[in-house]
Design a protein around this ligand. Structure first.
Ligand code: FMN
Length: 168
């Protein structure tokens, strides 16, 4: 099964990158094929849903093959980063019916909860199926990707089971 991970911020010094790498390792442990789709590689100047650009083609190839999608994103001013939305908007049909797991990241104690709620609605608009699980990575600066933490590891296992339900 193939669940690529979208890393939703291009910010210099982003802490979310550690979380994306942690998710990648945990998915591998669960026998899931994955990889990181980095928004830094998809920087576009304006919204473009024509699917003519090389970025859209590249993204369509990955999303088209995906059995599910994982999004790791920080919360910026209670929402999701603009670059993530511009990248997601490159495609439409390719997302249809695909389960999506959202992982919020924040410097504080809430782990991006408000962003997760907003992004779920965007994902629904794109035809994805947000699973009921979500992960909330709080205190991002202190997060150690190689150690992770047992609660997060258990949550990943649960979420993977949920993503798999949509692939039976
Ligand atoms: C523009 C901007 C807005 C932010 N807004 C919020 C916010 O609304 N809530 C929050 O918990 N943290 C907020 N933060 C802090 C992030 O949680 C923090 O940067 C964290 O490390 C995750 O983001 P990162 O991957 O960019 O590092 C904001 C950070 C930036 C750069």
């Amino acid at each position: 099964m193939y669940f690529p991970i979208i890393l939703g911020t291009a910010r210099e010094g982003r802490q979310s990158e550690k979380v994306a790498r942690f998710m990648l390792e945990e998915l591998k442990k669960e026998g899931i094929e994955s990889g990181i789709i980095d928004v830094r590689d998809y920087r576009i100047e304006a919204t473009d849903n024509t699917k003519k650009g090389s970025e859209a083609k590249r993204l369509a190839e990955i999303i088209g093959k995906a059995d599910g999608i994982v999004i790791v994103s920080p919360e910026y001013n209670h929402g999701y980063p603009g670059e993530l939305k511009m990248m997601l908007d490159l495609l439409y049909e390719e997302y249809r019916g695909k389960p999506v797991l959202i992982c919020g990241v924040s410097a504080g104690i809430f782990g991006g909860t408000r962003m997760v709620e907003q992004l779920r609605l965007v994902c629904l608009g794109l035809g994805m199926v947000p699973v009921s699980s979500a992960l909330y990575f709080r205190n991002a600066e202190e997060f150690n990707e190689s150690e992770g933490n047992e609660d997060y590891k258990k949550s990943v296992k649960r979420a993977v089971e949920e993503l798999k339900l949509y692939n039976q």
